[in-house]
Design a binder for this molecule. Structure first.
Ligand SMILES: Nc1ncnc2c1ncn2[C@@H]1O[C@H](COP(=O)(O)OP(=O)(O)OP(=O)(O)O)[C@@H](O)[C@H]1O
Length: 303
């Protein structure tokens, strides 16, 4: 797999504030990459360095063999800010065409590129509509389409699901997963749980340092986690399941779906959990090992 991004000992100082401290990592072409960390961890700073908006104080950063911001990267890397907005005065196709023209495409090329990216994000039918006619989730998908104009190899999405309800957030994650052949996505978020199922690589920033840089290990996870999807909402599910002796933690991963972390030593925990659900009168749709199987759950829901 070819290396897209190589960072070595990258630091960024704003006055006395060290926002990034000796950060080193590599991103290869392929599965989406998560950039996670709490507020102020340095995510935006790293995005800005990757885009070439700011210069590092020290260290090196190479993107497809070029320095960030180099003209050779024009059209090869795109970034979608968290607050990217569509203009309510113009149709969606008009705006996307305009972005294509900004990238140097002719009007005709831009028009067909606008339609291509709308098809990629499953919204060809909204081409003539204005943003006010679209749901929040649809608008987000259009802006992701915008980021795909000109076929960039790297697409950076800042907090792509922020402000979306769980259903639309899931649609966006599914979209990114489906588009992984089209480009290598880097998604920033302060919430690891929402990205760990999607991304094969997690860059974890905290106080300017990369404290974790790992490929997601599904094998390890399957030994500790179960994901259960219920047929409907029931009261106090988290507290109830938490009362089982083998359970370490329970949290809701999306509507009606819970991740249960349990002790590795508990054998046949799945049977115990299902018996417990039966006793409580809870109907469930699916129980899976681990918590990286969102697509399987999608498939079942759509049947
Ligand atoms: N232009 C600047 N001047 C001074 N300090 C800055 C500047 N930009 C960011 N910082 C500081 O650098 C640190 C990292 O900020 P950054 O915006 O990169 O974090 P972040 O992970 O994106 O945070 P958030 O999730 O809140 O957006 C923070 O302490 C921030 O206050």
């Amino acid at each position: 797999m070819s290396t897209l991004i190589q960072a070595n000992g990258l630091s960024k100082q704003y006055g006395a504030k060290l926002a990034l401290d000796q950060v080193s990592f590599e991103v290869k072409k392929g599965a989406p990459v998560a950039l996670v960390g709490p507020n102020g961890a340095g995510k935006t700073t790293l995005f800005s360095l990757l885009c070439g908006y700011i210069m590092p104080t020290s260290g090196s950063l190479s993107i497809m063999g070029h320095r960030p911001g180099a003209s050779a990267l024009f059209g090869k890397l795109s970034a979608l800010p968290q607050d990217a907005q569509l203009d309510p005065r113009f149709s969606i196709a008009h705006q996307l065409t305009f972005y294509g023209q900004l990238q140097g495409l002719t009007t005709k090329q831009s028009q067909s590129e606008a339609l291509r990216v709308l098809e990629l994000v499953g919204l060809a039918e909204v081409a003539k509509q204005r943003s006010d006619d679209l749901s929040h989730g649809m608008r987000k998908r259009v802006t992701i389409g915008q980021a795909l104009i000109g076929k960039p190899e790297i697409v950076m999405l800042d907090e792509a699901t922020a402000g979306l309800d769980p259903i639309h957030a899931r649609e966006v994650r599914e979209l990114v997963s489906n588009l992984s052949e089209e480009a290598t996505f880097i998604l920033s978020s302060h919430d690891l749980t929402e990205l760990e199922r999607l991304c094969g690589q997690v860059l974890h920033l905290d106080k300017g340092k990369i404290t974790e840089h790992q490929a997601n290990s599904n094998i390890e996870q399957t030994q500790h986690h179960m994901t259960i999807l219920f047929a409907e909402n029931y009261p106090n599910i988290e507290q109830s399941i938490q009362s089982l002796a083998a359970v370490n933690r329970v949290y809701m991963s999306q509507a009606k779906e819970y991740v249960v972390e349990y002790q590795k030593t508990a054998s046949l925990f799945d049977i115990e959990l299902l018996k417990y659900c039966h006793q409580q009168g809870w109907r469930y749709r699916q129980l899976v090992n681990g918590h990286t199987l969102e697509n399987q759950i999608f498939t079942q829901e759509k049947i």
